[in-house]
Design a protein around this ligand. Structure first.
Ligand code: ARG
Length: 400
């Protein structure tokens, strides 16, 4: 043992207690790492906490651009929505954070990495699987899975060791944040019949309090990737931050659903993901213009596999590369602009255009200048309905 553990540190209660607990229980030096994926926390303050609690060294890594480019944008190309509702915002950040932990562990010659996940959630799976795929020899320590402390015991431990404790109102909830979404769990939310109180929301206004005038938004895509808002080109981080703001102020982006965790638990999950909702809706609409119906039907299956795999911690599985090969090829034609209307909690698509569109007005029009030959349709419907007709004849014969 080199006596060094690299810990993913958020500045919250769990990982703060973990610093001291690792030092005491493993008799090791602890190196803390905070990866900035847009959680909007004060990184200086987090570093101060870490050092005050006993970390021998601290790293702050700004990974926001990498997060959007290499994790969020692929998710948009895959229209990733777990169980039709959750844009997998937390899930996407985990393999990135895990890869940074491994990088630092190698640089520091550490023998172990540690994370603050519980044994009941998805995040432990995502961290453990990614870390072991990247560095099979690194030991993984998850103090919270090991120590069996209740929330109260944790607070007591923190008090005894002079560890800063987050304020009461916040501590009722367990919150995870990154550029692509905010997740809120625990407290009153554990009763799935109770409406989430207004205090849990930070990025979205209640639809009833949103402006009385609709706001229009045009999103431009190239190769399935968002590149502009209302005609202005935008870098990835600014793109997501601006969309969260525009969409959130119109009361759009709140999600409340029952989710199946990897470990089998059903849980009630509340999220705020404003940018993801408009990006995926717009992207899907544009795909409908440029992909054939056969491609769309197959891509729908691939997209679902993609979301389930990433949700389930399989970012490093070769399956992801295989699915990406199909998705990226299909995205070569996904270019154009989609116009949305945002109003009081609803996001409506009201227009789209693409230089690669398969829409042909001369085929679709009911006007006189159509190029579609209707006389061919009679033969088509006869063959198309052949088996349906025969099956019904056969059923009537049996019923007699
Ligand atoms: N259920 C979500 C997911 O599995 C949110 C997890 C939030 N994580 C957290 N540590 N608070 O992705």
């Amino acid at each position: 043992m080199s006596g060094k553990i690299v810990l993913a540190y958020s500045g919250g209660l769990d990982t703060s207690v973990a610093i001291r607990w690792l030092i005491e229980n493993y008799r090791c030096g602890v190196i803390t790492v905070t990866v900035d994926v847009g959680q909007g926390e004060d990184l200086k303050l987090i570093q101060e906490f870490a050092e005050r609690i006993g970390a021998e060294k601290h790293y702050s890594i700004d990974a926001r651009e990498e997060f959007v480019k290499d994790y969020v944008y692929p998710a948009i190309r895959a229209n990733a929505m777990y169980q039709g509702k959750y844009p997998i915002s937390t899930a996407l950040s985990r393999p990135l954070i895990a890869s940074k932990l491994v990088e630092i562990a190698k640089r520091e010659g550490a023998d172990a990495v540690a994370h603050g996940c519980t044994g009941k959630g998805n995040d432990q799976v995502r961290f453990d699987v990614t870390i072991s795929a990247l560095a099979p020899d690194l030991k993984i320590i998850a103090p919270i899975r090991e120590w069996g402390l209740s929330r109260e015991e944790e607070i007591k431990y923190a008090q005894e060791h002079g560890i800063p404790i987050p304020d009461k109102r916040q501590s009722q909830y367990s919150i995870d944040k990154n550029l692509y979404g905010r997740s809120i769990e625990c407290g009153v939310l554990e009763d799935p019949s109770v409406e989430p109180p207004e205090e849990v929301f930070e990025w979205t206004v209640a639809p009833e309090k949103s402006p009385d005038k609709p706001e229009y938004l045009t999103i431009g895509f190239d190769a399935g990737t968002p590149i502009s808002i209302n005609g202005s080109k935008m870098d990835p981080v600014t793109m997501i931050m601006s969309l969260n703001n525009i969409v959130g102020r119109n009361g759009i982006g709140r999600i409340d659903h029952i989710e199946d965790r990897i470990v089998g638990i059903k849980s009630r999950e509340v999220y705020e993901c404003p940018a993801s909702i408009v990006l995926i809706e717009a992207h899907k609409d544009l795909e409908k213009c440029v992909l054939t119906r056969h491609e769309l039907a197959f891509k729908h299956l691939v997209d679902n596999e993609w979301a389930v795999a990433v949700y389930s911690g399989l970012w490093m599985d070769p399956l992801l590369e295989d699915l990406n090969a199909f998705i990226n090829k299909s995205q070569e034609r996904v270019e154009g602009e989609v116009k949305l209307k945002l109003y009081k909690g609803a996001c409506q698509i009201v227009g789209r255009k693409s230089p690669k569109s398969l829409y042909n007005q001369k085929l679709a029009t009911y006007g006189v200048d159509t190029i579609f030959n209707q006389t061919k349709a009679a033969g088509f419907t006869e063959l198309w309905g052949l088996q349906t007709k025969i099956a019904n004849i056969a059923r009537r014969r049996l019923e007699r």
